[in-house]
Design a binder for this molecule. Structure first.
Ligand code: 4AD
Ligand code: MG
Length: 433
């Protein structure tokens, strides 16, 4: 007897196979049972008749949702079935029966989001959530494939750090050994810069942490960031890399996860046009776009979600906004030599209101200017001594950016909130389960 998966079932049309999975749903209709099984790779509907398979019928009848089972039966093409195939159940072996007294909490009906989040460890079993997590995996796979193809080496930054990278207001302090103070990293960038001076072109990919007090659909306190950093690369080249990376991720998902996008009822047309070149506008042009749309933004204002939505809705693909006021941006950003009040920084804004998915810049490579900036930002110089070494020993122009994985995946999936695209979201009021 061949054991296979629901995803591969179509290759066994007309044959009897065994699947290992769970009972997702069961409809009973007299002498016929219509179960739906899932196995992690997909869902398949089944039919079981009392007359033809009395033992399987008896085992399946009344079986509780999410009971684990070995299912044996014949695969046949069925156009109307999800996935295009169904299984005629001939044998059913129960691995664990969910007790009637403790039914699976998530039913096939609408639940409130707090309830679902409390049961996130079970919610991820539903087809929609499983599709999202598979798309996330593909986004990571295609992102890494692209970075590797561009000659970037994957390296890792530490999670415990002695200092802030992205402002001190969102730092998570940890009680490190013997009362030393440490912080959870907000970004791997500063270490990425050291690694770029060692290896040329690198990227880090890992979790990053911010004590975000804002309760928005775009913020997590723990999120994953992919951060390229490259020596001798200036702003334009960094923007082109960001554009290539975002395009590669979207095209990878379209190519390899089309079934999952269908499960999510995501309109693939909105993603198909995500190819280079992306429109590029300066911060000042973006302010003009806002004013034209009745938004009172003026030079020096930061863009919030509403502003980003107005700007991005003029384009069918992500838009790159570059040269933000230096005053709005992080201490390490290189000022534009022509106009020092502007930083050689860029953000990539996703379409459809998903906001900033990439933030990046050229970095200050001059020692004196960097020291001046550290002082202006009131950052503790001792903690940055090693970082200043990078400007003492063969400093070169260099650039990088951070791509927020969850924002990117939320946009690709079209989910309302980014909490759905990470297995176990961490948010301002949630660290359970
Ligand atoms: O723009 P940010 O703050 O840039 C940095 O951290 C740089 N040090 C990166 C670099 O140049 N290496 O963050 C980068 C991206 C944002 O564009 C956004 O996509 C995501 O990280 N991000 C968040 N995603 C989810 N929840 C949050 N609280 C996020 N904060 C930032
Ligand atoms: Mg940013």
């Amino acid at each position: 007897m061949t054991t296979t998966t629901i995803e591969q079932a179509g290759k066994h049309d007309g044959q009897e196979v065994t699947l290992k999975g769970w009972l997702y749903n069961l409809r009973e209709s007299g002498k016929l049972l219509f179960p739906i099984f899932r196995d992690g790779t997909g869902i398949i509907q089944g039919v079981c008749s009392l007359k033809e398979n009395p033992e399987a019928f008896a085992a399946l009848k009344g079986l509780t949702q999410e009971s684990s089972v070995f299912i044996t039966g014949k695969i046949r093409a069925e156009k109307r079935a999800p996935g295009g195939y169904e299984i005629g159940v001939t044998k059913l072996q129960i691995v664990q029966r969910v007790p009637e007294s403790t039914p699976f909490p998530i039913q096939l009906k609408e639940h409130g989001v707090d309830f679902l989040l409390d049961n996130r460890h079970l919610w991820i079993r539903t087809p929609r959530q499983a599709a999202i997590l598979r798309i996330r995996a593909e986004a990571i796979r295609s992102a890494r494939e692209y970075m590797d193809s561009q000659g970037y080496t994957l390296t890792d930054a530490p999670m415990f750090t002695p200092a802030a990278c992205e402002g001190t207001s969102t730092l998570f302090e940890v009680n490190y050994i013997d009362d030393q103070k440490a912080y959870l990293t907000q970004s791997g960038q500063l270490y990425g810069e050291a690694l770029a001076m060692a290896l040329g072109k690198i990227y880090t990919f890992g979790p990053t942490f911010r004590a975000e007090k804002s309760k928005t659909r775009r913020h997590l306190t723990e999120f994953w960031m992919l951060e390229p950093e490259a020596a001798y690369v200036e702003l334009d080249e960094a923007m082109a890399l960001g554009e290539g990376l975002v395009s590669a991720i979207v095209q990878g998902v379209l190519k390899n996860k089309s079934r999952e996008l269908e499960t999510l009822k995501r309109d693939a047309k909105k993603l198909e046009c995500v190819k280079p070149p992306f429109p590029r506008i300066s911060y000042e042009e973006a302010v003009a776009v806002l004013n034209k749309n009745g938004n009172p933004a003026k030079f020096g204002d930061d863009f919030g979600g509403d502003e980003e939505t107005i700007i991005s809705s003029s384009f069918d693909r992500p838009v790159i906004v570059h040269r933000y006021p230096t005053s709005l941006k992080a201490f390490y950003m290189q000022p534009d030599p022509q106009r020092p009040e502007l930083a050689l920084a860029f953000d990539v804004l996703a379409p459809e209101g998903y906001g900033e998915i990439i933030g990046g810049s050229q970095r200050i490579h001059d020692y004196d200017l960097l020291v001046k900036r550290l002082r202006e930002h009131k950052l503790p110089e001792e903690a940055f001594e090693w970082y200043l070494d990078l400007r003492r020993y063969g400093s070169v122009p260099h650039s990088g950016f951070g791509l927020g994985l969850e924002r990117t995946v939320a946009w690709i999936c079209g989910t309302e909130h980014i909490r759905e695209v990470i297995p176990f979201p961490r948010m301002i009021y949630r660290v359970y389960p």
